[in-house]
Design a protein around this ligand. Structure first.
Ligand SMILES: [Zn+2]
Length: 110
């Protein structure tokens, strides 16, 4: 099965390259505290989503409204995805539960 995530810029469209450019400029200027070594810019071919990912699978995405790079979480228990801000709007909280979206999900993994 072909991987739907690529780091091959030749496969990026104009819009995706534009997002890549913004990510690199913000990264160069401010750095990103939650991202470590083995950092790449990736494109999900299916969704058109462009994101930074390090070797520990921490993911950063461009938050358009603030022009900041924010952490994107994926709950290891239920698969719920989003940024911390999006999570809080849905009564979830990735930062409090160390990557799990809720107390329920965190408790199932203790
Ligand atoms: Zn969850």
């Amino acid at each position: 099965m072909e991987s739907i995530v690529t780091t091959d810029f030749a496969k990026f469209g104009y819009r995706e390259l534009e997002i890549t450019g913004k990510l690199l400029i913000i990264y160069a200027e401010y750095g990103v505290s939650f991202l470590g070594d083995g950092l790449t810019i990736n494109l999900n071919i299916n969704s058109g989503y462009v994101f930074l990912s390090d070797e520990d699978f921490n993911v950063g995405v461009l938050e358009d409204a603030t022009a900041h790079i924010v952490q994107f979480f994926s709950c290891m228990e239920c698969g719920h995805e989003g940024t911390q801000e999006e999570a809080l709007e849905e009564d979830k909280d990735f930062l409090t539960y160390e990557g799990f979206c809720s107390k329920d999900c965190a408790l199932k993994n203790m």
